[in-house]
Design a protein around this ligand. Structure first.
Ligand code: AMP
Ligand code: MG
Length: 521
């Protein structure tokens, strides 16, 4: 196994001068050198040939002993110096101080095919940033991260990637519900890959301790490697950086809203400086369309990170990043201007995204109301978001309201219990929609084709990941492979996989792991 090692983070940024792996505050540094913990009986459960190809590894390499030992922490690649990053963050709206890679260890960076990739093990043991926890990850959360990050990529959502999923052979103690019932679970490691894992929190921690010197070094590093299009100098470069980061994060959250993804823990330490979806924890997928829904039990009361609030939270998080970059800019107006632009750009992007979900391409003065009313009507009776949009593409211009209703009815969870007012509201909306389709120049077939390229047929429904987990916990890893394969082509009709284009089964409605998740990963 040969990788094109090309480390920059550890070479260009300040290192923690202490090399001992003890938990402590780290100041005046962006990272600490630390080695992954050895694992007792590593077993590779899955590896992505798509991601291995990105970093220059072949299918043959995946099968090698080297691959297994390196990506489960048992050997360190020659000429590399693994490290954990130092970052802080705002958690649930409050400054939480130093957080850092508590259980992620970056192995190295490679430069392959003109692209830079950082490779990181998640669950590889404690680091100076582990605080009270063990630095490990359990199988269930690792399966969830592994499958979901790849599923998101193939849906066209900006995300970190996953190279491999392995068991460590070591047991990990967890209290899933935080109710005092601890149990041993199987430990696992996911190898993640991204151009960089830098988060908003990497900047926040330096700003919080007034380390302007290193803040500048980190911002310059980020621009040099990840925003080479920024040619301005001095303060303007940092303003431009903030503007670019803001655009990428807007794009990311619009995609989340398009596919029905709820991140669950949008703390500023979980916000990538590249606008990538990062840190798959208690995330979930909308089944019934409900802007109030959050999968995260820790957030059950205030629902700060509910589906409908995600765009606002991105903005809030950007405001925290603006504060962190302020010492380099010392001028509030341009930062405020960018935050204002985010708001107006969001409205435009959301409108455009919703129009495309509905298959509307011409301009019509009533589109705004058609869009806001569908978002209301979808909530009248529990209606599966994915099935609704996918079936809407089958509606023809010449359909009657009843024809159209029959086509979308499959999306209702309790088809026989739809109230007459709800039915009337739907008929009303479908009637306006059919009228509106008359202004479209697309043929029914073309519209369906376009809609099916942005309204997925298959997403990683909460219960699907849970099925993969339950089977894996019994030693059967087949469902992981099946779902991985299915989610490579989320927009394609896969006749042999029709069973996954179905509403959440009843058993999964309130099941732990399906609709409710904690951070106990
Ligand atoms: P999260 O909300 O999962 O993104 O985690 C927030 C912080 O807690 C990050 O600094 C993580 O590195 C840290 N953390 C989460 N789980 C563990 C663990 N098992 N061991 C050490 N640190 C952890
Ligand atoms: Mg995190």
């Amino acid at each position: 196994m040969k990788l094109e090692i090309n480390d920059t983070f550890t070479k260009e940024l300040p290192a923690d001068s202490i090399h001992e792996n003890t938990r402590r505050p780290v100041r005046k540094a962006c990272f600490s050198f630390v080695l992954p913990k050895k694992t007792s009986k590593p077993l590779l459960l899955h590896a992505s040939d798509h991601v291995s190809a990105l970093i220059g590894l072949s299918k043959h390499d995946i099968q090698s002993d080297d691959f297994l030992t390196v990506f489960t922490g048992n050997s360190v690649l020659p000429n590399t110096t693994p490290y954990a990053m130092c970052y802080g963050g705002h958690q649930f709206g409050n400054w939480a101080g130093q957080l850092g890679d508590g259980r992620a260890i970056n192995l190295t960076e490679v430069f392959y095919n003109n692209k830079r990739w950082a490779i990181q093990l998640k669950g590889a043991g404690e680091t100076p940033y582990s605080r009270m926890a063990d630095g490990l990850a359990v199988l269930r959360s690792s399966i969830r991260e592994y499958l979901c990050s790849e599923a998101m990529y193939h849906l066209g959502v900006p995300t970190t990637r996953a190279l491999s999923l392995a068991l460590t052979g070591d047991k990990v103690l967890r209290d899933i519900l935080y109710n005092g019932n601890q149990e041993y679970e199987e430990g696992a490691i996911v190898t993640r890959v991204a151009p960089t894992f830098i988060r908003f929190g990497n900047f926040e921690i330096l700003a919080a301790y007034e380390d302007k010197k290193n803040l500048k070094i980190l911002a310059d590093y980020t621009i040099k490697h990840f925003y080479p299009q920024i040619k301005s100098k001095g303060k303007q470069a940092y303003i431009d950086l903030f503007s670019e980061v803001s655009k990428l994060n807007l794009d990311m959250v619009i995609h989340w809203q398009r596919v029905g993804f709820v991140h669950g823990v949008m703390n500023t330490d979980n916000m990538s400086i590249l606008g990538l979806t990062i840190d798959y924890g208690p995330y979930g997928w909308l089944e019934g369309f409900d802007p109030e829904w959050t999968p995260n039990t820790t957030d059950r009361q205030h629902k700060r990170y509910r589906f409908g609030n995600q765009p606002n939270i991105v903005l809030w998080n950007l405001m925290k990043l603006a504060n962190a970059l302020y010492p380099l800019i010392e001028d509030v107006a341009p930062l405020e201007g960018i935050l204002e632009t985010f708001k107006t750009d969001y409205e435009i992007a959301h409108f455009k995204m919703m129009k495309s979900k509905l298959g509307l391409y011409q301009n019509d003065k009533n589109d705004n109301s058609l869009i806001s009313s569908i978002e209301q009507i979808l909530q009248l009776a529990e209606t599966d978001m994915t099935i609704f949009y996918r079936n809407l593409s089958v509606v023809k211009k010449t359909d009657s309201v009843d024809d159209a209703m029959t086509k979308i009815k499959e999306a209702f969870y309790e088809v026989n219990e739809i109230k007459s007012e709800t039915e009337a509201a739907w008929q009303n909306w479908l009637s306006s929609y059919l009228d509106r389709l008359q202004n479209e120049t697309h043929s029914d077939t073309d519209r369906q084709k376009e809609m099916n390229m942005i309204n997925p047929k298959y997403v990683l429904r909460n219960y699907m990941a849970q099925l993969a987990i339950e089977e894996a916990e019994k030693g059967n890893y087949q469902v992981i492979q099946e779902l991985y394969q299915l989610l490579l082509y989320p927009y394609k009709e896969q006749l042999e996989n029709e069973k996954w284009f179905a509403k959440r089964p009843d058993w999964a409605r309130n099941k732990i792991g399906c609709s409710m998740l904690s951070c106990s990963s």
